[in-house]
Design a protein around this ligand. Structure first.
Ligand SMILES: Nc1ncnc2c1ncn2[C@@H]1O[C@H](COP(=O)(O)OP(=O)(O)OP(=O)(O)O)[C@@H](O)[C@H]1O
Ligand SMILES: [Mg+2]
Length: 639
């Protein structure tokens, strides 16, 4: 069937228009409309306000990156006033922690929020880092996409070079006030003080004030940004961010003064600075074909063997030769001469060749001990366990997953105990019906971290959330409604450490859903889940034995009396003996656990190699009734 359309008309357009009758369509209104369209040149452009190629070409212009982000500030985490405050604090604190760690300094961070007006706040963040050299200050704070972390493969909190300048730009856009920076690089020099604005048209800094000032602190940087914002405690607040930050960074001391002047301190839990990380080259596994072709074209290496050995990590000379052999490419061929087809065979050969796992020195995982230290400090639970997976690779980028679980204690009652309590508790009458009500168990609390930075938004779009939901928690003794987090007094800590975290947006709020990452998170969760299961099983057995003892105890008196009537005997002695038997049979009910999760006194006589925690490695059980969390934290952190 042939359909005749006029230029610029579509079948859809025709069909959606009122259907003119056959007679009418000839000549009158519809025909006139068609004529009008033809003469107005909808296909060729021109009159009636439609554009032509020429008029459109006049409107073409380059877009400055600052203008783009000023319009799309939601992409950077500035979509509402409350979030804007959090993002500003987060960007400044992340930079401070990065700078201190890179310089091997134990971070002392001071965060202050002052309310200037009903909707205006002044955010001040000061660190004791190495400071910033004078020449770099304007570009760092007054130019988007300027930073030291984008071009290297090394684990850091920041990576894009947008963070702090975007916060400054938001402040300028909403209040017209400049960003104020004070930075001192050493005790022998004065601090530099700058007031800066960002020119969004040119994406360049405008210096409003440039002077030196005297400050008490020997080195470090202070950033002050005035912005329109809203302060509210609770979920996704500045308070929560700093609390979580303290958990993931037990080596940092953080002081926070809220708008009401209330001072909150998060003391340092360990005196050890995280190991410095090394910059690495990409690992050949997972590198994309397009990237490989680009690398071949741009490489200055003289031979393929040199290229593979020099541009990738973990490729020895021997491995490079094996890859070339498999790809049927001479190891002496010039990389820039390799064609697309050869590059494809090379790409397949790389995947077929066993290559050592990526080096771990580019990553600085928190480590199970420190995770336990952080959790013990921040979560008042009973059972704690943690684990770090070996490094893995996604798209050529090494990464490592760490998981921590905290269960019970102040997180809430064990759901099975709560059920029992509810069934033994008195029934209540509701709307004329007698009912026994058990409160539904709350969902587990999920704490997400990427390179030690807490992630507080976009939870359901995050790979971490998806992995936790996809893990079958019923296997480990918890209930879990389909497609949701497990239920119970559980806190789940998941950390991804990587040289490049694949965030879903520039706001760095959620991790993209890569299969490799999801798999690793699930494996780490399963490891910890098994330890939790062992603990829950033991508790169940303990409860069972204690119930048995109670029942037995109830009948001892009667048994002794009955026996005493049959034959003459020492009733007191018989009662004592029976009680001793009951205690022996149900001895599990009395078991107490040490800090390391071992049953107290049980490791005596055991060989040291099998004296591991009762529930596996890196497990802590805290008797909340008798011990406070503070001193425990220090003990574990320093062990
Ligand atoms: N407090 C600080 N002390 C020392 N250097 C700093 C400090 N704050 C920022 N910098 C430097 O300024 C650069 C730019 O910071 P910015 O926050 O804009 O980007 P980034 O941290 O590299 O990446 P991201 O956009 O992911 O935060 C950093 O790379 C760092 O080198
Ligand atoms: Mg940053």
């Amino acid at each position: 069937m042939r359909l005749d359309f006029l230029p610029g008309e579509s079948a859809v357009g025709d069909m959606s228009a009122p259907m003119p009758s056959r007679n009418k369509s000839r000549g009158s209104s519809a025909g006139a409309k068609r004529d009008g369209l033809r003469s107005s040149g909808r296909g060729r452009g021109g009159g009636k306000g439609f554009a032509t190629a020429e008029s459109m070409s006049k409107a073409q212009r380059e877009i400055s990156v600052s203008e783009f982000f000023a319009k799309n500030r939601h992409l950077l985490g500035f979509d509402n006033k409350r979030k804007a405050l959090l993002t500003t604090v987060k960007e400044a604190v992340d930079n401070s922690l990065d700078a201190c760690e890179e310089a091997g300094i134990l971070p002392d961070i001071h965060v202050k929020l002052e309310q200037a007006d009903s909707e205006r706040f002044i955010v001040s963040v000061r660190d004791n880092g190495p400071g910033i050299v004078k020449q770099q200050i304007p570009n760092i704070f007054g130019k988007l996409l300027y930073g030291s972390k984008f071009h290297r493969l090394k684990m850091a909190r920041g990576q894009q070079g947008i963070g702090i300048s975007a916060a400054g730009m938001y402040g300028l856009l909403t209040t017209g006030k400049s960003v104020r920076i004070t930075s001192r690089t050493g005790a022998r020099s004065d601090a530099h003080y700058y007031e800066l604005q960002i020119n969004t048209k040119t994406n360049a800094p405008q210096i409003v004030k440039d002077t030196t000032v005297k400050v008490e602190w020997p080195h470090g940087t202070q950033v002050q940004i005035e912005l329109v914002a809203a302060y509210q405690k609770g979920r996704s607040s500045v308070d929560e961010y700093l609390e979580l930050c303290a958990i993931a960074n037990p080596h940092a001391a953080i002081e926070f003064i809220d708008p009401a002047g209330v001072r909150v301190e998060f003391p340092r839990g360990t005196e050890t600075v995280p190991e410095p990380t090394a910059e690495i080259k990409p690992h050949p596994y997972g590198i994309e074909l397009g990237v490989l072709i680009k690398m071949l074209k741009e490489s200055k290496a003289k031979t393929m063997a040199q290229f593979l050995h020099g541009e990738f990590s973990r490729v020895s000379d021997q491995t490079a030769r094996t890859i070339c052999e498999k790809a049927k490419i001479s190891s002496r061929a010039k990389p820039s001469r390799i064609g697309t087809h050869e590059a494809e065979t090379l790409f397949k050969a790389v995947a077929d060749t066993p290559i050592r796992a990526p080096a771990t020195n580019c990553l600085s995982p928190i480590g199970p001990r420190q995770i336990l230290a952080g959790l013990l400090k921040g979560v008042e639970a009973e059972f704690f366990t943690a684990g770090t997976r070996p490094p893995s690779v996604y798209r050529g980028n090494p990464f490592q997953i760490e998981v921590g679980l905290a269960y019970g204690g102040a997180l809430g009652p064990d759901p099975s105990e709560a059920e029992e309590e509810a069934s033994t508790s008195e029934a209540v009458v509701r709307r004329g019906k007698v009912v026994r009500e058990a409160r539904p168990a709350a969902q587990a609390k999920l704490m997400r971290f990427a390179n030690r930075v807490p992630l507080l938004h976009q939870m359901s779009g995050c790979c971490i959330y998806k992995s936790v939901v996809e893990t079958d928690w019923r296997r480990y003794g918890l209930s879990q409604p389909g497609g949701s987090l497990p239920l119970g007094p559980l806190a789940v800590f998941v950390h991804m450490a990587s040289v490049w975290v694949p965030f879903t947006s520039e706001g760095k709020e959620a991790i993209a859903d890569y299969d490799e990452i999801r798999k690793e998170i699930k494996l780490a969760l399963q490891d910890c889940g098994r330890k939790l299961q062992a603990y829950l099983n033991r508790r169940k057995r303990q409860r069972y034995d204690s119930d048995r003892r109670n029942v037995f105890g109830r009948y001892i008196g009667e048994l002794v009396n009955a026996c005493g009537e049959i034959t003459r005997l020492d009733k007191k002695k018989l009662a004592e003996n029976l009680l001793a038997i009951a205690k022996r049979v149900t001895a599990r009910a009395d078991e107490e656990f040490g800090l390391d999760g071992k049953v107290k006194g049980k490791s005596r006589g055991k060989k040291p190699e099998d004296a591991d925690g009762e529930y596996g490695e890196n497990t802590v059980v805290v008797d909340r009734g008798s011990t406070a969390s503070g001193p425990l934290f220090v003990d574990v952190a320093r062990r």
